[in-house]
Write a protein that binds this ligand. Structure first.
Ligand code: ADP
Length: 479
């Protein structure tokens, strides 16, 4: 492989075009950094209906051709734009991608088989032969399988290497085996060998694990955890089998996008030398959530999907006790499971002076929270990397986290004896351990000098892509 690599980054979502979670943030930022390092990185994703109109207007038609899926010849349009210098291709087929939801359709195995085939067949059409295809999560999990089974026989594809990144092992893409011949169009050998079979279903994630040249996940701790049955989501045996080729690389964040000094979504811009202005953001946030405005009261909050993974049950278990015993305010921005939404709506009505809740997805308000909170609570049961705690630290908001996955790798706990660290963490998934840690954080919050020191330390710690991008380059070169 030459010094300068040619990489195709295949993803089902990318910021700023379409986003449901952390995968979009990585897809929107890592390729840019790699490109700045001089590598020819290009991104490809589906052209979704709900993509912003302004991007649709920028698209330039590159080519179109036909591919076979389910015995049908299907149209593949390839459109392109430049995203901060990164050539980004969009696979266009109105039937498959003009849908109101991304992953909730009942033919998603067909949608994503179509997408992966279209991506592979697009390459000779656009005259781009990558050294490496970097594919991500279950939606593209079958890419290396299709490559091996259907395309390797052609010279063009013979020596392309593959890297598979697992952003969240929980979502695997599991489907009835009848898709093997009809939809995937692959040899039954792959099923009989067990390489794509799990609990009697075709498992896209497992295919990614077995067919990629190497695999990585988004923090070192998560890469270790998923080899155990507690975190392995049933696939720990497969990951143990491939453990020699499994690495953890922690995600960075975009320092252009997440910068309290320039962020136009927050009330007032500030940096580590101007923490008074951060407090003005806090007062505005208190107003926004209709809480008493008081900069002395610790304001603890969370921006999250309301799902079991995020440890919402721990918050449910102790929130009432916490606000009765501590002089604190709690705010939440999130959507998700109804049982959690209803709980937070109910409790905020009961304690309107201490709890503020907004049940919605709102990117701008999320930024205001990162800027205005004193502490960010993130008691995840498991967390592959987690971005929220990293964004919080960048904005001087001190994280309180469960020690798992990327939370463990990014949040260095405050040690008052050695005077190191800048966050708070607890080891066991236990509500009262969390409550104890919240009280410990409040104890130090009340000692202004210490708290300021923690804020500054968190803000100047480098969480950009600089280091991790180099790790990816090393990994690519080892393929
Ligand atoms: P995950 O990808 O598991 O949801 P991460 O912490 O990696 O968790 O990324 C979550 C991202 O989504 C963060 O950028 C966070 O700010 C954002 N987010 C989550 N819920 C909301 C919401 N209700 N409104 C706005 N942004 C949200």
């Amino acid at each position: 492989m030459s010094e300068k690599l040619k990489i195709l980054f295949v993803t089902s979502e990318a910021d700023p075009f379409v986003k449901t979670g952390g995968l979009a943030d990585v897809s929107g930022s890592l390729p840019q950094i790699l490109r700045e390092e001089g590598h020819d990185v290009r991104v490809v994703l589906p052209e979704y209906l709900n993509m912003d109109e302004k991007f649709k207007l920028e698209l330039e038609h590159v080519t179109d051709f036909k591919t076979d899926v389910v015995w049908r010849e299907e149209y593949v349009g390839v459109n392109k734009l430049l995203n901060e210098g990164v050539p980004t291709y969009f696979i266009d087929n109105k039937y498959y991608f003009n849908r109101p939801t991304l992953y909730e359709n009942n033919d998603k195995e067909v949608q994503f088989t179509f997408f992966n085939r279209a991506v592979l067949e697009m390459l000779p059409e656009i005259d781009f032969k990558p050294d490496i295809i970097h594919f991500n999560d279950w939606q593209t999990g079958i890419l290396a399988l299709l490559l091996d089974d259907n395309y390797r026989k052609y010279d063009f594809y013979e020596d392309i290497k593959t890297l598979y990144t697992i952003h969240n092992l929980r979502y695997q893409g599991q489907f009835d085996p009848k898709i093997i011949g009809d939809v995937l169009g692959i040899n039954y050998w792959h099923w009989n060998s067990g390489n794509i079979r799990h609990n009697g279903l075709v498992n896209f994630m497992k295919a990614g694990i077995f067919y990629a040249d190497k695999i990585n996940t988004v923090s070192e701790t998560y890469a270790e955890e998923i080899k155990t049955s507690y975190f392995g989501e049933g696939l720990d045996y497969a990951l143990r089998m491939r453990s020699r080729d499994l690495k953890g690389i922690v995600n960075g964040i975009s320092y252009d996008k997440f910068n309290p000094k320039t962020d136009s979504d927050i009330y007032y811009n500030y940096d580590q030398d101007d923490l008074e202005t951060k407090l003005k953001n806090k007062e505005k946030l208190q107003k926004e959530f209709e809480l008493p405005v008081n900069k002395e009261i610790p304001l603890i909050g969370i921006v999250t999907r309301l799902v079991e993974q995020k440890g919402i049950d721990l918050i449910k278990a102790i929130l009432e006790e916490a606000i009765n015993k501590e002089d604190m305010q709690f705010v939440l921005l999130g959507t998700g499971q109804k049982k959690y939404e209803n709980f937070f709506k109910r409790i905020s009505k009961k304690y309107p002076d201490q709890i503020g809740v907004k049940i919605k997805y709102d990117g701008k308000l999320a930024q205001k929270m990162y800027a205005g909170l004193d502490m960010f609570l993130m008691p995840s049961r498991f967390e592959p990397c987690g971005l929220s705690q990293i964004i919080s630290m960048r904005y001087g908001t001190i994280p309180i986290v469960k020690e798992t996955g990327g939370l463990k790798d990014t949040v260095e706990p405050y040690n008052e004896f050695e005077d190191t660290g800048f966050g708070f963490s607890f080891a066991n998934f236990n509500a009262h351990d969390m409550l104890y840690t919240i009280r410990r954080a409040i104890h130090f919050y009340q000692q202004k000098e210490i708290w300021e020191k923690l804020m500054k330390r968190a803000m100047v710690k480098d969480f950009s892509w600089k280091h991790s991008a180099q790790e990816y380059i090393k990994l690519y070169k080892s393929l």
